[in-house]
Design a protein around this ligand. Structure first.
Ligand SMILES: NC(=O)c1ccc[n+]([C@@H]2O[C@H](COP(=O)([O-])OP(=O)(O)OC[C@H]3O[C@@H](n4cnc5c(N)ncnc54)[C@H](O)[C@@H]3O)[C@@H](O)[C@H]2O)c1
Length: 454
């Protein structure tokens, strides 16, 4: 073994020991729905975490022991602070970190192309503060190749000491840092699987990066699944989300057919789910929502074009799923028509604006498109959602609405169930309303002529 190899191997052994005895310093960049719960997991395992975020309001709230995510109580932030967690916007502190995990947004731009600006900005901000043998892990969902082709080169170009990302097969030296990709697999609102029971896939640019990242994640997850490269890990996450996106589109399309044929798709899915093999149920709805399923597949479609390849399943699924909110609006119009009313001028109450049940996340929610489309067609729209006292301005909408109390439901011409929060008393809602259009099968088991499935 050369002296350089000895030095590198000793430094990695020290890194492993710091992970083992919890003295490794871990930085998490982007303290949102992914980064903040991740911080809590590390903090519970006695790591001292530094959280980085460019949003001064988030840093202020966390620094005063508060929380801005509904399902994370302030007491958990306070406990983390007592265990050494601090939040900052000062990137110079990156130089004190052993590992930095990046959890920043990866949306689509207005042309439905990947917007990597957050990853690029984060990499540029971290780069000047890198040190040798530091581990940088990207968790943001993205197309295969991002870690190697986008993240690593920005880190290399921007650091002061000419450090290079360690690649497999390249000669080891003391002027390298380690880079890995590990996708986030959280399912917000799903309490059936504990976070630490969700296996963690890790792919490193070289063996050391994979091994050290694996050792770090091993402290907070019960199982780490090593894969051969960041690209495999990036593609794994996309496969999981494309699988959901395509199957939801298929069941959405079948729902439209079943509605026409007078067959209850929910009953069909229930029956099919009794098959003990080869069938996994997916459920229809008013359209896709959230930061992942409506967005991630198009990262791959975009990248595929570089290889002269059309991802037809993704495009078709996108087409079917994007049409669903418009189907809901058409269903409201025809339900009102049966009551001899026009959509134009009718009072419609939208129940639930979050993109799915029991969560406080509005991103890409089909409710936003539905409300805008109902308004465009002249309806007087109100909404109720226990998780959102107001709906203001987002990237693609500007609704400026206030939550309407669930009282006096008879004054609405139609109550439209978009998100089936479990707090709602659906029996009462049906009994007090004139007409209920249900896009989620939330009124199952209630027999009433007022209910229209859509
Ligand atoms: N939310 C989920 O359920 C989920 C699940 C799996 C994967 N993901 C992926 O994880 C990534 C993060 O998603 P999220 O839901 O946590 O997003 P989020 O918007 O909730 O949080 C991102 C945070 O990053 C901060 N930020 C943006 N630019 C920054 C910068 N340059 N430096 C520091 N902080 C910066 C923002 O202020 C925000 O607090 C995305 O790629 C997403 O696709 C999300």
């Amino acid at each position: 073994m050369s002296n350089i190899e000895k030095a590198v191997s000793q430094s990695l052994a020290e890194f492993r020991a710091r992970i083992e005895n919890r003295t490794a310093k871990v930085g998490i960049v982007g303290l949102g729905y992914v980064g903040l719960p991740l911080m809590l997991l590390f903090s519970e395992q006695k790591f001292q975490i530094t959280g980085f975020d460019i949003d001064p309001e988030k840093v202020r709230i966390l620094s005063s022991g508060g929380s801005y995510i509904y399902r994370i109580p302030a007491t958990e932030i306070s406990a983390a602070r007592a265990a050494g967690f601090s939040a900052t916007s000062d990137y110079s502190l990156v130089s004190a970190m052993d590992a930095v995990i990046i959890c920043v947004p990866t949306p689509l731009n207005e042309y439905r192309e990947p917007d990597l600006s957050y990853i690029r900005a984060t990499a540029a901000a971290i780069a000047p503060w890198l040190h040798a043998n530091q581990l940088i892990v990207l968790e943001s969902t993205t197309y295969p190749g991002t870690t190697e082709e986008v993240l690593a080169p920005i880190l290399e170009a921007g650091n002061r000491s000419g450090l290079k990302a360690a690649h497999e097969g390249k000669v080891l030296n003391c002027n390298t840092f380690m880079v890995a990709f590990s996708p986030e697999r959280e399912d917000p609102g799903n309490d059936t699987v504990a976070r630490r029971d969700i296996p963690k896939v890790v792919g490193g640019l070289n063996h050391d990066a994979a091994e050290i990242a694996g050792a770090l994640y091993n402290t907070i997850f019960n199982r780490v699944v090593p894969v051969s490269s960041p690209a495999v890990a990036e593609m794994t996450k996309l496969l999981e989300n494309i699988y959901r996106c395509v199957n939801i589109a298929m069941v959405n399309e079948l729902k439209l057919l079943c509605l026409r044929m007078g067959i209850d798709i929910w009953e069909v899915i229930r029956a099919a789910s009794t098959k003990p093999f080869g069938f996994h149920p997916f459920y229809p709805g008013p359209g896709l929502g959230g930061h992942c399923i409506p967005v991630d597949p198009f990262y791959l479609s975009w990248k595929a074009k570089e290889w002269d390849f059309q991802t037809r399943f993704i495009e078709l699924a996108g087409e079917v799923n994007t049409a669903m909110p418009y189907h809901v609006v058409t269903s409201v119009a025809s339900a009102l028509n049966r009551h001899k009313k026009a959509l134009n001028g009718s009072k419609v109450l939208v129940l639930g604006v979050a993109y799915k049940r029991d969560i406080d996340d509005l991103r890409e929610s089909p409710a936003l498109t539905i409300i805008e489309e109902l308004q465009r067609q002249g309806a007087e729209v109100s909404y109720n959602d226990p998780y959102f006292p107001t709906v203001g301005r987002g990237r693609k909408y500007n609704l400026q609405m206030k939550c309407t109390p669930l009282e006096n439901l008879g004054r609405f011409d139609c109550v439209l169930i978009v998100t089936d929060h479990s707090d709602y008393d659906y029996k009462r809602i049906v009994s007090e309303s004139q007409l209920v259009v249900d896009s989620r099968n939330a009124t199952r088991g209630i027999v009433s002529e007022k209910i229209v499935a859509c």
